[in-house]
Design a protein around this ligand. Structure first.
Ligand code: ADP
Ligand code: MG
Ligand code: ZN
Length: 485
């Protein structure tokens, strides 16, 4: 499929809605799912003469996100009017940032298979969202009419624009997943692609091998508003195949905007691509420039939590395997569980092994996350202590965990109730060992004549008589002591 004389070039533009309480330039609630047009006022309805006032919390969230991607924050940025007509935008312009965005030059480290690379972020700017059109019937073409809901108009957004640094659908998926993970740590958005709180436009072009000009000059296709990470991957794969086919047939690629059809997994032409000067950007006269002091930026930075890359480093230092680290880092609930558990039990490998095997299996079966686990971090640590000090064997521990999970009771309580503790007492076990030896004279003889395997059989007999509660180590030692004398 892929022609070796071309390389795939992908750049992504990601819109992320910020989860502020109120909208970007007015006091209306920023909430998904309210009755149509209930969260509106003269400002977000675009009434003439209504004036915007910038939401400080939206700026804080935007700056926090940009800092998490190592961006440089511009201390003096500006808002601009991007003008276009569409029924979901009553002002006929969107307040955005054009040539002075608040953040530039960030980066995202991605892992795709065994390769690691850095995708550069060109810029992040703030803008307001538009409203939503609900077409009656199936789609715009066959619709008898469309209803406008302006609850979303004026919701704060950031747009994260990458450099065209990706070269496959897999890398685009990895980039989006990492972007989403970092943003979930910063906690500034719901990040629900299906609900539209995170949206992605994918730019795809084919670069002739040896091409030396600017990538911007290559004819690229922009696939708009794809609604899941999986579909971004599918759309890019389809587009690579389509462009490769055209090039192979000696045809040119047209610079255009395309949509993605989920059912057919194909992209389709929407319109020729607009250029920046079609929008007649100009500085927003109703808002002063946005001035951020170095001190304020530093305070936002100080408020950031430990981010995924710092966690990766810390977990690597603790000796956790790379693969487990990725599982942990992409699931904040799991990571929180681990850190809490480590407050009570310091053996990291022991804790992660139990978390990622038995705990995870039980949670998955019950469709729960680590945050909802009926066995908390402290209870798991207690169970591990009881195994560590020999009260329970590993196998009994696994059984007990299931029981703890089902009842929500602690390990100690259950051990008492079920009389489940491991028997480690020499005196008690010596009695059992003596009677097993007496009952299996033939096996004892085999062992003494050099059949080491016979010992295992005898240990098994003691385990059976104690219904699995004898400590296998103690039984082993006692048998050797008594048979080897
Ligand atoms: P526009 O307004 O045209 O969408 P932006 O500056 O907002 O322009 O975004 C351009 C996007 O296109 C960036 O994400 C960039 O990485 C990407 N891009 C630029 N050149 C190419 C290319 N040759 N192939 C794929 N993507 C590209
Ligand atoms: Mg764009
Ligand atoms: Zn409003």
């Amino acid at each position: 499929m892929a022609d070796p004389s071309y390389e795939v070039v992908v750049g992504l533009e990601v819109h992320v809605e910020l989860k502020t309480k109120s909208k970007m330039f007015c006091g209306c609630a920023n909430a998904f799912g309210a009755g149509p047009n209930t969260n509106t006022c003269p400002v977000c309805l675009g009434m003439p003469g209504a004036l915007p006032v910038l939401n400080r919390e939206a700026v804080r969230m935007a700056v926090a996100a940009a800092l998490a991607f190592n961006c440089t924050i511009r201390q003096r940025s500006r808002f601009d009017r991007k003008q276009y007509f569409y029924p979901d935008l009553p002002k006929a312009y969107q307040i955005s940032q054009y040539d002075a965005p608040f953040a530039e030059w960030g980066s995202v480290a991605i892992r795709s298979g065994s390769t690691r690379r850095t995708v550069r972020i060109r810029r992040i700017h703030m803008e307001e969202d538009a409203g939503k059109l609900n077409h009656l019937g199936q789609n715009l073409q066959s619709s008898a009419g469309s209803l406008v809901d302006l609850n979303r108009a004026g919701v704060p957004l950031i747009e994260i624009v990458s450099e065209p640094d990706m070269s496959s659908a897999d890398e685009a998926r990895a980039y989006l997943n990492e972007l989403r993970t970092v943003l979930s740590y910063v906690d500034v958005s719901d990040l629900r692609m299906e609900e539209g709180s995170m949206r992605c436009d994918a730019n795809v072009s084919m670069k002739p091998v040896g091409f030396v000009g600017s990538l911007e000059d290559l004819p690229r296709v922009e696939i708009k508003n794809v609604n899941s990470v999986r579909n971004v991957g599918r759309a890019i794969e389809y587009e690579i195949a389509r462009q490769s086919r055209l090039l192979a047939a000696g045809e040119a690629i047209t610079k255009e905007t395309r949509g993605f059809n989920d059912a057919s997994a194909r992209t389709y032409s929407q319109r020729s691509k607009e250029e920046a000067n079609d929008y007649r950007y100009f500085p927003e006269p109703d808002l002063p420039p946005l001035m951020l002091t170095g001190e304020w930026i530093a305070s936002v930075k100080a408020g950031l939590p430990t981010l995924p890359d710092a966690w990766r480093e810390r977990l690597t230092g603790m000796g956790i395997a790379d693969q487990d680290i990725e599982t942990l880092v992409h699931d904040p609930a799991q990571l929180a569980f681990l850190t809490r558990c480590l407050e009570y039990e310091s053996d990291v490998r022991l804790v992660t092994t139990w978390m990622l095997s038995d705990m995870l299996r039980l949670l998955n079966a019950a469709d729960l996350t680590f945050a909802e686990s009926p066995v908390g971090p402290e209870q798991l640590a207690e169970l591990l202590h009881l195994i560590g000090d020999g009260t329970l064997s590993g196998r009994m521990g696994k059984e007990l965990l299931e029981n703890m999970f089902a009842t929500g009771k602690s390990a100690k309580t259950l051990i008492e109730q079920l009389g489940m503790a491991q028997i480690t007492d020499d005196r008690v076990l010596r009695e059992q060992v003596t009677s097993v030896i007496a009952d299996h004279a033939k096996v004892v003889e085999d062992y003494r004549s050099g059949k080491a395997k016979a010992l295992g059989f005898l240990v098994g007999q003691v385990m059976k008589r104690t219904r699995g509660q004898a400590s296998p180590e103690v039984v082993n030692r006692l048998l050797r002591e008594m048979l080897d004398e």
